[in-house]
Structures are given as structure tokens and as C-alpha cells.
Design a protein around this ligand. Structure first.
Ligand code: NDP
Ligand code: GDR
Length: 392
């Protein structure tokens, strides 16, 4: 029933922790319902942590990525507990931090879509720039600045159009979107609280990382999900923006491990996390098509560029000469970041960073998951009437 579901989805406040157990590390994760939040929660639980996740109230369930971690509120020794909170609401942050007294806070919550930040610049600044400030200030006001370690989810987008490549910790920032500019404030306020108040506050400057849990409107997931649906006969074509953009794509599972390692260091510091390998959006399309056994060819130029099926392989829902990718100017950004490539030497030397999942394994895992999902959609005859309305 709906009532059962709402409890299952963690809409209830904690019943209290069992204090007789030996002391476990306690972490708060904001943005726990997001891609990274889900992987990080799993990782910390596997390490024996008590994990307090902050999720915002939404009119529909938003805990799909973490439902498998759910524990019944009646269980005595719950180690995964959800709270309602919002980065734009200091009172909720104060309540949660005061109540949970965390050893570590991972601030992953954000309006994380670059294109959307042009549509909602003020909200993006409120959540992405002022949100971390609110957490840091709450820690200080509660006298927890020496107790609690703080991780800020910083981003390669801060380098933007810096022009230098590959980008590392000393590369100048030249942000190109309201998102990147808000994140730049968050980066510097984290550095400032570290220097001003001696806090263990660190930035992970993470390059793009993806997974089957990636939001459906980021380009990688849009491609794997869209092409999986094309081969299942659920849609004919996908529409993309700038095919020339180049990104350094890794797997989220590898990246969340680095968040944890950053907070285990004796000294707080800032680290670039990246694979050091770059591909274009066009190449991502080709890799996903290849995983699906489709052979395609690019034709046309600029806004007219499109991918045509040369050989549909075993797929009966795809026809020879079918156009499966088109360009739609709606997905161009007012200012674009053309090329991202990270140099993670510092993380390799100090954190033992070594990505374990390469580009093709990442694409394969995402394609497989989306094929499974499209198969299920097919079974239940659900139609994604909105797929063409998806912005970004
Ligand atoms: P997602 O968009 O998947 O997750 C963002 C999370 O933040 C979601 O749980 C979302 O809730 C929550 N959230 C959004 N706004 C608020 C708010 N005002 N208050 C509370 N929670 C909020 O992002 P990712 O998991 O991919 O990324 C995690 C973090 O890392 C983000 O800060 C992102 O900007 C940053 N980052 C991501 C990179 C990547 O490649 N993935 C690279 C570098 C940095 P809901 O589920 O309800 O939407
Ligand atoms: P990005 O990721 O902006 O790098 O931010 P996204 O997947 O949205 O875009 C990557 C590149 O692909 C181009 N692109 C498209 N992008 C989307 N979303 N949709 C399209 O149809 C499309 N067509 C082409 C984009 O223009 C861009 O160049 C991600 C987010 O996770 C941020 O939160 C994070 O900080 C950075 O990665 C590092």
C-alpha cells in the first residue's frame, strides 16, 4: 500500500540508535538519493559506518537508488537512516547535524545539471554555493569544527575554459556556467574554513563519473538508455546537442572510494580525481552502438549531423538506414565547456588512486542495465511519452 511504501522509502524519522554497540563511525551524506550518494552509502555501510542520509521532500518517491539499503524503522540496530532536509534550509541541517553528531559529512547534494543551471541560476547558487556554507557554519556554531570532517563535492567544471590541459589542482579556474560558478564558491569557502578555523575540510575535484545509476538527462545515460529503447522498438531516435564535447569519463563506484579516502587522510587537502582518458560525445554514441551490435555511420554536418544505421545486427526493431541520432539545438548550452581531461597524479601518489573500470567496461555496464530496464518496460507495456520532452 502507499502507507507501507512511504515507510519503506524512509519517510520516517529515526527511532534512535543502539548505544550498547561498540562505537561505530558516523557519517552524514547529503544528496544520498543521487548517483554518488547511493554508491557512497553502500561503501560506508560495507565499512561498518552508521550512515545518516539527507533527502529532500519530493511529491513522488525519490529513493529508488537506495531502496535496497533500507532497513525497517522497527529494527533496533539500524545503520542506514534517512532524514528530510534541504541545503537551502539551515534549520534542517542544524537539526540533523546536532542529532547525529557525525564524524564525517559528505556534501553531495546539489542542483547538479549544468544546462539546468542556466534556467535556474539563483536556485543553483542557493543550493550549490550557500548550501555548503550553511553546513560549515552549522558545524562551527555547534562547536563541531574539530570533531567533524567535511567533504565537498567539487567539480572539474570549475576549470571550464581554462585552456590548460590536462587539468590538475594548480590549473586556473575559468567557470562557464552558473553551476560551475556556484561550485567555485563552495570550493573556496571549504578552503577558507579549513584555513580560518582549522577544520578538516577537503575538496574532491571530480571529473565526470557515470554508472547505470546516472540521472537520465546526463549525456551518457541519455545515450545508453535511448539506444537501448531504440533496439527494443520503444523509440526511433535520440536527440543530442554538442557531439564534439570531450569528457574524461570514469565510473562512479571508483570515485566514491576516493571521497572516503580523502577524509581518512591526516591532513585535509584538495584532490583531482580523473581517469586521464578523454572521449567525445560522438565516440560515446559509437561505443554504445557497438555494445548493442549496431553499425552506424555519421552523415551531414552541424545541425544536420545524424547517425544512420548501416547494419542493424540482430535487432528486428531497427531498420537499415534508420536515423537513430539527430542533433537538436535545444541541447546546446549558452556557454559550453569543450574539453575536459584530468591529471590525477596527486591522488595517485597520496591516495593510491587507480581507476578500475575503463571506458568500454563503463559503457557496457550502462548499456546492459538499460537494455534490462527497457525489457522490463516492454513487459509492462509502459510508454515513455515524455522522452522527447526531456530537456537537457
Ligand atoms: P545527482 O544529481 O545524481 O544527485 C544530487 C543529489 O542532491 C540528489 O540526491 C538530489 O536529490 C540532491 N539535491 C538536489 N538539490 C538539493 C537540495 N536543495 N537539498 C538537498 N538535496 C538536494 O548528482 P551526482 O550523484 O552525480 O553528483 C553528486 C555531487 O557531485 C553533486 O554535488 C554534483 O554536483 C557533484 N559532481 C558530480 C560529478 C559527476 O560526474 N557525477 C562530477 C563532479 C561533481 P533528488 O534525488 O531529490 O534530486
Ligand atoms: P556535464 O555532463 O555538463 O559535463 O556535467 P553532461 O552529461 O550533462 O554533458 C556532457 C557534455 O555532453 C554534451 N551534450 C549533452 N549533454 C546533455 N546533458 N544532454 C544532451 O543531449 C547532450 N548533447 C551533448 C554537453 O553539452 C556537455 O558538453 C556533469 C555533471 O555531473 C556535473 O554535476 C559535474 O560537475 C560534471 O559532470 C563534472
Amino acid at each position: 500500500t502507499d502507507t507501507e511504501k512511504s515507510s519503506v522509502r524512509g519517510d520516517q524519522e529515526p527511532a534512535g540508535l543502539d548505544t550498547s554497540a561498540p562505537r561505530q563511525k558516523v557519517a552524514v551524506i547529503t544528496g544520498v538519493s543521487g548517483q554518488d550518494g547511493a554508491y557512497l552509502a553502500e561503501l560506508l555501510l560495507s565499512k561498518g559506518y552508521v550512515v545518516h542520509g539527507v533527502k529532500r521532500r519530493t511529491s513522488r518517491f525519490n529513493t529508488e537508488r537506495i531502496d535496497h539499503l533500507y532497513q525497517d524503522p522497527q529494527e533496533r540496530e539500524r545503520r542506514f537512516i534517512l532524514y528530510h532536509g534541504d541545503l537551502t534550509d539551515s534549520s534542517s541541517l542544524l537539526r540533523i547535524i546536532q542529532e547525529t553528531q557525525p564524524d564525517e559529512i559528505y556534501n553531495l547534494a546539489a542542483q547538479s545539471h549544468v544546462a539546468v543551471s542556466f534556467d535556474e541560476p539563483e536556485y543553483t547558487a542557493n543550493s550549490d554555493a550557500l548550501g555548503p556554507l550553511r553546513i560549515l557554519e552549522t558545524l562551527r556554531r555547534l562547536g563541531m569544527e574539530k570533531k567533524t570532517r567535511f567533504y565537498q563535492a567539487s567539480t572539474s567544471e570549475m576549470f571550464g575554459a581554462s585552456g590548460d590541459s590536462p587539468q590538475h589542482e594548480e590549473t586556473p579556474f575559468r567557470p562557464r556556467s552558473p553551476y560551475a560558478i556556484a561550485k567555485l564558491y563552495a570550493y573556496w569557502i571549504t578552503v577558507n574554513y579549513r584555513e580560518a578555523y582549522g577544520m578538516h575540510a577537503s575538496n574532491g575535484i571530480l571529473f565526470n563519473h557515470e554508472s547505470p545509476l546516472r540521472g537520465e538527462t546526463f549525456v551518457t545515460r541519455k545515450i545508453t538508455r535511448g539506444l537501448a529503447r531504440v533496439v527494443m522498438g520503444q523509440q526511433d531516435c535520440i536527440y543530442l546537442g554538442n557531439l564534439d564535447a570531450r569528457r574524461d569519463w570514469g565510473h562512479a563506484r571508483d570515485y566514491v572510494e576516493m571521497m572516503w579516502r580523502i577524509l581518512q587522510q591526516d591532513q585535509p587537502d584538495d584532490y583531482v580525481i580523473a581517469t586521464g582518458v578523454q572521449h567525445s560525445v560522438r565516440e560515446f554514441v559509437e561505443a554504445a552502438a557497438q555494445e548493442l551490435g549496431l553499425v552506424l555511420r555519421w552523415e551531414g554536418r552541424g545541425l544536420d549531423e545524424h547517425a544512420v544505421i548501416v547494419d542493424p545486427g540482430k535487432h528486428t526493431n531497427v531498420a537499415k538506414n534508420q536515423v537513430v541520432v539527430r542533433v537538436d539545438a535545444r541541447y546546446f548550452r549558452p556557454t559550453e565547456v569543450d574539453s575536459m581531461l584530468g591529471d590525477a597524479t596527486k591522488a595517485r601518489e597520496r591516495l593510491g588512486w587507480q581507476p578500475t573500470i575503463g571506458f568500454h567496461a563503463l559503457v557496457r555496464e550502462m548499456v546492459q542495465a538499460d537494455l534490462d530496464a527497457a525489457g522490463k518496460d516492454h513487459l509492462f507495456q509502459t510508454h515513455d511519452a515524455h522522452s522527447h520532452f526531456y530537456h537537457n
